[in-house]
Design a protein around this ligand. Structure first.
Ligand code: PMP
Length: 326
């Protein structure tokens, strides 16, 4: 897909611009899903470790969940659960909804997304723009309330299908087969000492950890959650960090090694979001801020010169109405 040629010019104002220009001619938006950049962060770290972040906001729908949307729809078609005109119903915090709506558009399928009211206005607007209908459930019922409502709607609507990201095998599998291998390819044999990722459904963490572990069996796996998520054994409560945090243990964690769980406060997550914009020109959402905070904590605990890989799932632009930079 990518074509490269050498562009000769004398670096003057922009000495850091790459001489090699990559151009890309595409036929549709779907060809742009995946193959996101892996960025070596110029963040000072304890112990001279290096942190690399996969910039998933570069997907066309703006998040890591475009991969999943396509995987859920194509898996449904493959197993015969989706045929012409099937109504797709899915409970989602938002990014998966955008991914599912984008993929469903390709196959001309109607979509109903069940979203707890608290999730960002921008994400809900984008889902509507893609043609999805949104059904809001009460914020205090959390994602479990949205799951129940989606099942109830499916019972009422003929020829409907709930992919159910929280238990669908296609979820971790798409990260194991695309995101993990992309990281390995970009690092070209450089050993990875730790993989750090947040968990919502747990699909990103489980699938990517498996792909990286197959190559680096001694690598530490680190799952990240906000305060109010239950992996640390604490009580479930609301949090400002959006997209990560679990109300139940993801079934995808049954067969994946978890070495460390890091609980990151909303304050720490947002502080890192602010720093990434102000110092490095990176616009990321709060789950990315958590991922960086946890990666920096790991850098303190690992031997010197370790390589840490993490994921930045989306951009801050979809949280501006929530005053992400205040
Ligand atoms: N960050 C953001 C912004 C998300 O929307 C999600 C998905 N809800 C995640 C992280 C976590 O991804 P996963 O569901 O694969 O655990």
């Amino acid at each position: 897909m990518g074509r490269k040629f050498n562009f000769e010019f004398t670096p003057f104002f922009y000495p850091q611009i790459r001489k090699e220009v990559i151009t890309m001619l595409v036929n549709n938006i779907y060809e742009l899903i995946g193959h996101t950049p892996l960025m070596k962060l110029a963040v000072p770290t304890p112990n001279d470790s290096q942190i690399y972040a996969k910039l998933e906001s570069f997907n066309p729908g703006g998040s890591i969940k475009d991969r999943l949307g396509m995987a859920l729809i194509e898996h449904g078609i493959e197993i015969g659960a989706i045929t012409a005109g099937t109504t797709i119903i899915e409970p989602t915090a938002g990014n998966t909804g955008i991914g599912v709506a984008l993929a469903a558009q390709k196959y001309r399928l109607p979509v109903k997304l069940v979203v707890p009211a608290k999730f960002s206005f921008e994400k809900q607007t984008l889902m509507r723009a893609l043609g999805a209908e949104i059904i809001n459930t009460p914020s205090e019922e959390g994602i479990k309330g949205a799951m129940k409502k989606a099942e109830a709607l499916a019972d009422e609507i003929d020829n409907s299908y709930v992919p159910m990201q929280f238990e669908n095998v296609a979820n971790p599998r798409i990260y194991q087969t695309t995101l993990g291998p992309e990281i390995l390819a970009d690092l070209a044999g450089q050993r990875i000492d730790a993989f750090v990722a947040g968990a919502g459904s747990g699909g990103t963490f489980a699938g990517t950890a498996k792909a990286l572990h197959d190559v680096y069996p001694t690598m530490k796996t680190v799952v990240v959650e906000p305060e109010g998520s239950i992996l640390n054994g604490g009580p479930s409560h609301s949090h400002r960090t959006e997209g990560i945090g679990v109300e139940f243990i993801p079934p995808f964690f049954d067969d994946v090694q978890i070495d460390v769980t890091k609980t990151i406060s909303d304050q720490a997550a947002f502080d890192h979001v602010h720093q990434l914009a102000a110092k490095f020109g990176l616009f990321v959402g709060s789950s990315s801020g958590s991922a960086l905070a946890a990666s920096l904590e790991m850098a303190k605990e690992l031997p010197a010169n370790s390589t840490i890989v993490t994921i930045f799932p989306d951009s801050s632009e979809r949280y501006l109405s929530e005053n992400i930079y205040d």
